[in-house]
Structures are given as structure tokens and as C-alpha cells.
Design a protein around this ligand. Structure first.
Ligand SMILES: *Cc1c(COP(=O)(O)O)cnc(C)c1O
Length: 361
């Protein structure tokens, strides 16, 4: 079997050159006479790998010196709990914007560790729009403001950081990190599970302003403390070494390809082609998200007749277009267009959609 075009929401497509390099180095890596999975994370070779991965990420994102970069575990979901534990004092308030399933889950998980104050919730729009900037008020005494920069399930993305009036902005970038340039200084914390735009699952990348590491937070074991992780180079315990290695290869590949600005241009081109096909289908396909809030990374779309869903999925898969089934909460389809997905994949999907509509319209 050959590889198909993979539209999976996550774990998701990885760059083919990265997979080939990992394949070539699998048995013997870096002169270690063993694979990268079989050597100590405290050895010279792995430490050099870890430092290079951080340096490449810093270069890609333009991360200033007053931010630490952490390579953590537990998926983004674990950090829904650890973030308030580290950044909020006992019983302290934190403001949450709820714009889809992930930010909703972050607020719900946060409740165990801070007084969650949902200042905006777009449930009324079925999460198809962003809250208008003047429609919510940030508490100047809040420990932080949390949002999901991109909602992977609902396909809603903040085009830029919101103004929090100095309260640290904590943003879940799991499905949009490195997809376009961002101004890191607008954020207190940027965090992302790796398995959408960075590498395999098992790794969480966090960019955190160093002064936030000094907050007392709540009583917690060392292993749950971001400050301790930062002090020990994210090696308090054994890190997910293979995931870290592969993330490093992805960062290297991105730099060779021209960096984040280049990927932003590619991502815009892919998303524009797909949204144009949906909007121009005369109602055969539909994306419910308001234009200003549409995600560049995750595009949910519905067929005008859900009875056609099964045929669409069967035929698209046979055509080599993989994992288009929508999330179970929304039904329909979803195409994820992460950095590693080539334009040819979207062109093939658009062709298929046109052909399917002609045959079933
Ligand atoms: C996938 C995803 C998560 C959950 O990630 P896990 O690694 O499964 O914990 C959280 N937030 C967003 C925006 C996601 O896309």
C-alpha cells in the first residue's frame, strides 16, 4: 500500500522527508551505535539534540530570552489542570473564553484548581463565531486569561491575540502552533500537544514567560511544577525521547523550507482553496463558521444531505483521501490542513468534492 493524503485531526500527517530521515537513522543514530530511543536522555548526544530542538523552535517562533521553552508530557489535557495549579493561588480567579470543545474542556478541568470565571461563551452560535472584543470584561485581578487559539473540532480560530490589559494570556495552540507568525510577547503561556503540527503524541511544547514561573501557585509535587521542569531542562524524569527527536527534525525541516512565514502562505493557499470549494458548491457543502473566525488548520464541512456521508467517506478513502470523517460531536466531515499536508492533497480533495457533487447532486 502507498501513503494517502492524510487529513487526520490528530495524531496527524508528518512531513515525508522527516519520516524518511527517521527511518534512515532508526537503527543507528548520531554515532551512538544505537537508536535514539535506546540511549540515555542525559547523554551528550541527546542533550545536544534537545538544545538544538529548543534553539530551532526559538528561531522559528522568535521566542525572546525572557521566555522559557519546556518539553513536557501528559498531552494538552493534563495542562488544563497544571496551568491553574502553577499560575493561580488557592481559590484565585481565572478568566476563560469558551469558543468550542477544547476551551470548554479547559475551563471544566480548570475548576478543580482555580475559581473558573467564564467571561465569554459562544455556545449560542454553536461555536461558529468568536466573541466580539467589547462583549466581555477581563478581571484585572484574574490569575490569567485562558483561550484556545484554534478550536480543532469546531474550526474556529482567533486571528490574533486578544487584549487582556496586562493579565497574562494563556493560549492552547495545540492545533495551530507554527502555522503562522505570532507575536510571542502578547502571551504569558503558549502550549501545544505535539501531535497536530509538531510531531508524534506524547510531547507537549510550552513557551512560558519566566516571571510566571516564580508564582507560588498551589502546593504540588515537583513533577507537577513548571518551575522545576524549567530548572532541570525538562528532564526531571525521563522525557519522551523519540517524540522530542522527531519534533526536532520537524523544526529543522521547517527552517529549511523557509520558516513560519512560508508555512503561513502555504496554509492560507490551502485553506482558501478548500473554503472556496465549499462556498462555491451551491449549498452541496457547507461550513457554518463566520468568515472572520474560520480556522486555517481545521475545516469542518457538512454535506447538504447527511444520508450521503457514508458514500462520501467510502469514496474519498478509496481515492486516497484519508480521515475526513468529522468529529462525533458535529458529524459531517473535517479536513485538517496542518503544515505537513501538501497543497496537492487539498487540490485532490477539491477535485474529489466537485466530482462527488456532480454525481450525487
Ligand atoms: C488535541 C487537542 C487537545 C488535547 O490534546 P491531548 O494531547 O489529547 O491531551 C487540546 N486542545 C486542543 C486545541 C487540541 O487540538
Amino acid at each position: 500500500m502507498s501513503r494517502g493524503f492524510n487529513f487526520s485531526a490528530g495524531p496527524a500527517v508528518l512531513p515525508e522527508p522527516v519520516l524518511r530521515r527517521a527511518q534512515a537513522e532508526l537503527l543507528e543514530w548520531g554515532g551512538e551505535r544505537a537508536s535514539v530511543m535506546e540511549v540515555s536522555h542525559r547523554g551528550k548526544a541527546f542533550i545536544a539534540l534537545a538544545e538544538k530542538a529548543e534553539a530551532d523552535l526559538r528561531a522559528l517562533m522568535g521566542i525572546p530570552e525572557d521566555y522559557a521553552v519546556l518539553f513536557l508530557q501528559g498531552g494538552a489535557t493534563t495542562h488544563f489542570a497544571l496551568l491553574p495549579m502553577n499560575l493561580a493561588g488557592p481559590g484565585q480567579r481565572a478568566d476563560y473564553l469558551v469558543t468550542g470543545a477544547w476551551s470548554k474542556k479547559a475551563a471544566s478541568e480548570g475548576k478543580a484548581h482555580c475559581a473558573v470565571n467564564v467571561i465569554a461563551d459562544t455556545a449560542d452560535s454553536q461555536y461558529t463565531a468568536l466573541p466580539a472584543p467589547g462583549s466581555y470584561t477581563i478581571d484585572p485581578g484574574a490569575a490569567f486569561v485562558h483561550l484556545a487559539a484554534n478550536e480543532t473540532i469546531h474550526g474556529v480560530e482567533f486571528p490574533e491575540a486578544i487584549d487582556t490589559g496586562g493579565v497574562p494570556l494563556v493560549a492552547d495552540f495545540s492545533s495551530s502552533i507554527l502555522s503562522r507568525p505570532i507575536d510571542v510577547t502578547k502571551y504569558g503561556v503558549i502550549y501545544a500537544g505535539a501531535q497536530k503540527n509538531i510531531g508524534p503524541s506524547g510531547l507537549v511544547v510550552m513557551v512560558i514567560r519566566k516571571d510566571l514561573l516564580e508564582r507560588p501557585g498551589q502546593p504540588r509535587a515537583k513533577i507537577l511544577s513548571y518551575k522545576e521542569h524549567a530548572a532541570q531542562g525538562s528532564m526531571l524524569n525521563t522525557p519522551p525521547t523519540f517524540a522530542w527527536y522527531l519534533a526536532g527534525l520537524v523544526f529543522e525541516w521547517m527552517r529549511e523550507e523557509g520558516g513560519v512565514a512560508e508555512f503561513a502562505a502555504r496554509n492560507r493557499r490551502k485553506a482558501e482553496a478548500l473554503y472556496a470549494a465549499i462556498d462555491g458548491s451551491g449549498g452541496f457543502y457547507r461550513n457554518p463558521v463566520t468568515k472572520e473566525a474560520r480556522s486555517l488548520m481545521n475545516v469542518p464541512f457538512m454535506l447538504h444531505d447527511p444520508a450521503l456521508d457514508a458514500a462520501f467517506l467510502k469514496e474519498s478513502e478509496a481515492a486516497g483521501l484519508l480521515a475526513l470523517k468529522g468529529h462525533r460531536d458535529l458529524g459531517g466531515m473535517r479536513a485538517s490542513l496542518y503544515n505537513a499536508l501538501p497543497y496537492e492533497a487539498v487540490a485532490a480533495l477539491v477535485d474529489f468534492m466537485g466530482d462527488f457533487a456532480r454525481r450525487h447532486g
